[in-house]
Unconditional design. Structure first.
Length: 94
């Protein structure tokens, strides 16, 4: 999996984070202040990069595949949300 990060557009990881947390393309788009087609396009690029569908449709939205969960385990510790929380905590301490 590590080799796939070498040429990955890191902006796609913000989209991935929103998708895995929202489990819905439309809500992820709203959260990121993007259009639904832009998030769908980013998801297509992620799918191509990781050679996996990453999310499967469900009645309520979508569910992460095993590959997506494995990717999240790698990405989550350095995700945008965690970095923002760290910055906020650091600002409060200083």
């Amino acid at each position: 999996m590590q080799d796939r990060f070498k040429s990955l557009d890191l902006n796609l990881l913000r989209v991935f984070e929103a998708l895995i947390q929202e489990e819905n393309v439309t809500r992820a788009a709203q959260r990121l202040h993007l259009t639904q087609p832009a998030v769908s396009n980013a998801l297509a690029r992620l799918r191509s990069s990781f050679d996996d569908v990453l999310f499967e449709k469900t009645r309520g939205g979508m569910a992460a595949t095993a590959t997506a969960r494995e990717l999240w385990a790698v990405v989550e510790p350095v995700s945008y949300t965690h970095l923002r929380a760290y910055e906020t905590r650091h600002d409060l301490v200083c």
